[in-house]
Ligand binder design. Structure first.
Ligand SMILES: C[S@@+](CC[C@H](N)C(=O)[O-])C[C@H]1O[C@@H](n2cnc3c(N)ncnc32)[C@H](O)[C@@H]1O
Length: 261
């Protein structure tokens, strides 16, 4: 129905507002450009820093700080590890933490779609733990079993969602089993197995199979050229990775699975 009033064009308000906005931006850009050319001509002193540049400067500072902290943490880890090795060489089993390449190789044998907890034996300062998380294993699925109380304190800070168990990994039934609500999807071990008698190593593997889903892997790295678990008369299947050269010393990863009946 006609009311006698002039009919407004649709979106006229919106158009008017955006025209005003564009005009304001243009004026601001123009005044900034003039101020810059004045500054360049050294006619006036430095003006207030551009908010965008200020934001970038702050961002860059923050990134540098984070990078320095990461570098420091890595040096701290190396030092911590070396100290522990001097204190207890047979328990620590290495002079420095595993490299990213070795840790990634270990994690690669776990199917991130698999269900259930992932047990890590001897996580130390956590390089393999990091690789497991990067592989897609949620932190809360991790059960980390570490003998060294100092490493346990560090792990609890770094992985607050994981279950940290301080104890002897060879006593899996008493130390780990109570923390598992479901069969484990994998057991990943960095334990220095060769420091233990063969019988004890085999008993550990058997206990680990007892805690896992059928066909789940027991993953172990070694600097040695032979399997850390004797294969003669074995009731398990074994697969070895190519040597990972980017590690000090270079290492191989063995994957053991219980032979299916
Ligand atoms: C060779 S280091 C590996 C550490 C770490 N996963 C890495 O790759 O850098 C072995 C780790 O196993 C731990 N460990 C040795 N014997 C253990 C045991 N019986 N139970 C639990 N942890 C043990 C040591 O304290 C040490 O942190």
């Amino acid at each position: 129905m006609l009311t006698g009033l002039r009919k407004e064009k649709p979106f006229e308000d919106l158009r008017r507002t955006s025209r005003k906005l564009v005009a304001r931006i243009k004026a601001e850009v123009k005044s900034k450009a003039e101020a810059k050319s004045l500054r360049d001509a050294k006619m006036i002193g430095p003006t207030k820093p551009d908010p965008l540049h200020e934001w970038q400067r702050k961002g860059r500072k923050l990134v540098a700080k984070i990078q320095a902290e990461v570098r420091q943490a890595k040096i701290d880890d190396d030092a911590r590890f070396l100290k522990t090795w001097f204190d207890k060489p047979l328990v620590t089993g290495a002079v420095s933490p595993s490299s990213k390449a070795l840790a990634r190789r270990m994690a690669s044998y776990i199917d991130p779609e698999s269900m259930g907890p992932v047990v890590e034996l001897g996580p130390g300062t956590g390089p393999v733990t990091d690789a497991l998380i990067a592989r897609g294993i949620a932190e809360e699925r991790l059960v980390l079993v570490e003998y060294n109380p100092e490493f346990c304190t560090l792990l609890a800070k770094r992985y607050p969602e994981a279950t940290i168990v301080q104890g002897d990994a060879y006593a899996l039934e008493t130390v780990v089993a109570p923390h598992l609500k479901k069969p484990a999807a994998a057991v990943v071990s960095s334990l220095p197995l060769f420091t233990k008698p063969e019988k004890l190593r085999l008993a550990l593997l058997d206990r680990a199979f007892g805690l896992m889903s059928p066909g789940a892997p027991f993953i172990q790295f070694t600097y040695a050229t032979v399997s850390p678990l004797p294969r003669k008369g074995a009731t398990f299947e074994a697969h070895v990775s190519p040597r990972v050269w980017k590690n000090l010393p270079p290492a191989c990863v063995w994957v053991y699975r219980r032979r299916q009946a």
